[in-house]
Design a protein around this ligand. Structure first.
Ligand code: DAH
Length: 341
């Protein structure tokens, strides 16, 4: 019996020594100390031993059990620590490594210039109005005094969804929408937005581009008010030395209409390759709001007058940053985009 106890003790000691996982230690505990474990079986057989040996053997078994329990406890603690060390090693963070910098985007050049233009007009008391990119034929053409046979209504220029619904070809329908909404209150708005035309892509054409529309409707608005606003705008955007010049033009929604030039921002009017020697750069269209447009917007042209203007955002951004191909704006090439900070 004593030998048996000793051999179990030895066996357990080796098993504990070789255990590499806390699960194995738990198995050892069950196998030797558990209800069906080897010591329990041994204790059960004490009955067959002589009465004088019984207390001695019993004490031996209990002592062996106690030792194994203690060894197991220590082994479990050791292993747990080792496992934790291992885990710490695996999860170690090298705080001396240089950090990874996230790539920070930059504002798109069109956004930068749009913001500048918006700021200028907000400072002049205008507010910003937006309209849908898909609008009705009525708002896009009819309410703006386009005749039924106007070439812009041709399917060759306009992307139609159906007979009455289309991709807006300019931001001017926001004029019509705002007048319908605001009359008979005065209007003083700019409307930035995306517009669409059935154009093939090349350095100067794109089926999508952006415009910024302006509209002011009030009592006693004079053409000179338009000239004053545009001159302030040109000086604020292109520089204080700039002058503007108006050339007679035609738009269905304005009468009279004018094309507006700004003195060349590269040569300041002397004549260079950018202004093709003329000293002037064309930047926008404008005019006095046509009485028919006022009437269709709900205003009495006898009481109200107004002015409107419209500019191409790509054209102006190209001038400011000397970009010579409209396709750069839409290709999302980071080498292009990150130049504008
Ligand atoms: N809608 C015109 C275009 O797409 C631009 C324009 C010209 C807008 C004159 C205006 C304006 O409001 O008065 O070419």
């Amino acid at each position: 019996m004593q030998d048996q106890i000793n051999s179990i003790k030895e066996k357990v000691a080796t098993l504990i020594k070789n255990a590499v996982h806390s699960k194995e230690l738990e198995e050892i505990r069950i196998n030797f100390l558990g209800k069906k474990g080897e010591f329990t079986t041994l204790l059960k057989s004490l009955g067959s031993i002589s009465a004088e040996m019984r207390p001695k053997i019993g004490a031996m078994v209990n002592e062996a059990k106690a030792k194994i329990e203690k060894d197991l406890e220590k082994a479990v603690a050791d292993l747990k620590r080792k496992e934790l060390d291992l885990q710490f090693e695996k999860e170690k963070i090298d705080v001396t490594l240089p950090g990874r910098k996230p790539q920070i985007g930059t504002a798109h050049p069109l956004t930068i210039i749009q913001n500048e233009i918006e700021d200028i007009f907000l400072g002049l008391g205008f507010s910003i109005e937006e309209g849908p990119e898909i609008d009705t034929d009525f708002n896009t053409f009819q309410a703006l005094n386009f005749q039924d046979d106007h070439p812009a209504r041709d399917a060759q220029d306009t992307l139609y969804v159906n007979k009455d619904i289309l991709f807006r070809t300019h931001t001017s329908p926001v004029q019509a929408r705002t007048m319908q909404k605001m009359h008979p209150e005065p209007v003083r708005i700019i409307c930035p937005g995306r517009v669409f035309r059935r154009d093939a892509i090349d350095p100067t054409h794109s089926p999508q581009f952006h415009q910024i529309e302006g509209l002011l409707v009030d009592r006693d608005v004079k053409f000179s008010d338009l000239m004053g606003i545009l001159e302030i705008f040109a000086k604020k955007l292109f520089g204080n030395d700039r002058k503007i010049r108006l050339r007679p033009s035609f738009f269905p929604f304005t009468e009279p209409s004018a094309e507006v030039d700004v003195s060349c921002i590269f040569c300041n009017g002397k004549g260079c390759s950018f202004c093709k020697g003329s000293g002037w750069l064309e930047v926008l269209g404008s005019g006095a709001v046509h009485p028919n447009v006022l009437r269709m917007g709900g205003y009495d042209p006898e009481e109200f007058t107004g002015y409107a203007f419209g500019m191409g955002l790509e054209r102006i951004t190209e001038l400011i940053y000397q970009i010579n191909d409209i396709r750069y704006f839409f290709e999302n090439d980071v080498r292009f985009l990150k130049q504008f900070k």
